[in-house]
Write a protein that binds this ligand. Structure first.
Ligand code: PBG
Ligand code: ZN
Length: 322
C-alpha cells in the first residue's frame, strides 16, 4: 500500500513537506481616498473597508505599516466628474494629493496608483465616449497623462486598469519621456468583464451610467485570449502582469504562470471579499480559515503578488502565528 498519510502525521512533518506558503511580503492592500474633511465612510457592501479623506488616512496607513505590509494600491474619489475625466490627470487631484501625503508620511511604503478614467468620468466608463463608442486611441493619450501625473505625485508603480489596446506601450513612452524611467508598470492584463466588481463600484463611485464594460474588458469565457493579452502587455513593456478577478480565474493564473516568467499578480476583487465577509458575519463559515485557503489557492495557481481587501487581516494572522 502507498501510505501518503505518513507525511501528514503531525504539524512539523506537514510543515516540512508543505509546497506553498503565503507571506506578508506578497500582499497589496487597496485604499480609497475621498475628497473632503474628517471622513471615514464605511463601504456598505464591503464590511471593514472605508473611504478616508486625506486628513484621516494616516490611521489606515499606520495599520498597514504596523502589519508590515509593503505596498498599497490607491484609488481616488473626486468631487468633480466630467466627460473627459480631467481630475484623473490634474496634478492637484484627490489621488495625486493622497499619494503626496502618504509618501511624505511613509516614504518606504510602495504606492501603486490605479490608472483609469472611470472614477473621474461623469458617465463612469474607462475611456472617452463618442456616439456611444468607447474610444481607444484618444483614451490612451489621457491615461498616459494620468500616469505621468501620478508618477510626479510620487507613485512607485502605475497600474493601468482600463483595458484599452496599446496603453502599456504608450504609458511606458510617456513615463520615459518625462524622466520616470524607474517607475514600473503593473498591467491589469487579463481583466475580465466581471460581476465581481460590483461592490468596488460602490466604494469608488465608478459604476457606468449606461451599458457595460464588455467592449473593453474580457469575456469570462476566454482563457486562451487572456494569454494573448498578457503576452501583448509584456511585449509593450509591462513589468508586472495581472489576472483579475482571482478565484473564479485560477486556471488563467496557472496558464499565465506557465506561459511567462514575468512577475504575476492576482487581484482578489471586491465581490470575492464581500461574499466571504457576508457569510462570515452570518456565522456560516470560519472567516480566517476560508480567507487563508483562498490566499493559498491563488499562490498555488502561480501568483506572486496578491492584491486583496483581506490584506490587513491576513498580515495580522500571519504575524500572530510567529
Ligand atoms: C477601475 C477598476 C475597477 C477595479 C479596479 N480598478 C473596477 C472596474 O473595472 O469596474 C475593480 C476592483 C474590485 O472589484 O475590487 N477600472
Ligand atoms: Zn476603469
Amino acid at each position: 500500500m502507498k501510505r501518503l498519510r505518513r507525511l501528514r502525521v503531525n504539524e512539523n512533518i506537514r510543515s516540512l513537506v508543505r509546497e506553498t506558503s503565503i507571506s506578508v511580503d506578497d500582499l497589496v492592500y487597496p485604499i480609497f481616498a475621498i475628497e473632503g474633511n474628517d471622513i471615514k465612510n464605511p463601504v456598505d457592501s464591503m464590511p471593514g473597508i472605508y473611504q478616508y479623506s486625506i486628513d484621516r488616512i494616516d490611521e489606515e496607513i499606520d495599520r498597514v505599516l504596523a502589519a508590515g505590509i509593503r505596498a498599497i494600491l490607491i484609488f481616488g474619489i473626486p468631487e468633480h466628474k466630467d466627460e473627459k475625466g480631467t481630475e484623473a490627470y490634474n496634478d492637484e487631484g484627490i489621488t495625486q494629493r493622497a499619494i503626496r501625503h502618504i509618501k511624505e508620511k511613509a516614504p518606504e511604503l510602495i504606492v501603486i496608483a490605479d490608472v483609469c478614467l472611470c472614477e473621474y468620468t461623469s458617465h463612469g466608463h474607462c475611456g472617452l465616449i463618442r456616439n456611444n463608442e468607447i474610444l481607444n486611441d484618444e483614451t490612451i493619450v489621457l491615461l498616459a497623462k494620468a500616469a505621468v501625473s501620478l508618477a510626479k505625485a510620487g507613485a512607485d508603480i502605475v497600474a493601468p486598469s482600463d483595458m484599452m489596446d496599446g496603453r502599456v506601450a504608450y504609458i511606458r513612452d510617456e513615463l520615459d519621456n518625462n524622466g520616470f524611467k524607474n517607475i514600473s508598470i503593473m498591467a491589469y492584463s487579463a481583466k475580465f468583464a466581471s460581476a465581481y466588481y460590483g461592490p468596488f463600484r460602490d466604494a469608488a463611485h465608478s459604476a457606468p451610467a449606461f451599458g457595460d464594460r464588455k467592449t473593453y474588458q474580457m469575456d469570462p469565457a476566454n482563457g486562451r485570449e487572456a494569454i494573448r493579452e498578457v503576452l501583448n502587455d509584456i511585449e509593450e513593456g509591462a513589468d508586472i502582469v495581472m489576472v483579475k478577478p482571482a478565484l473564479a480565474y485560477l486556471d488563467v493564473i496557472k496558464e499565465t504562470r506557465l506561459s511567462t516568467n514575468h512577475v504575476l499578480a492576482a487581484y482578489n476583487v471586491s465581490g470575492e471579499y464581500s461574499m466571504v465577509k457576508a457569510a462570515a458575519q452570518n456565522g456560516w463559515i470560519d472567516e480566517k480559515r476560508i480567507v487563508m485557503e483562498n490566499m493559498i489557492a491563488i499562490k498555488r495557481a502561480g501568483a506572486k503578488i496578491i492584491i486583496t481587501y483581506h490584506a490587513l487581516d491576513v498580515a495580522n494572522w500571519l504575524n500572530n502565528e510567529r
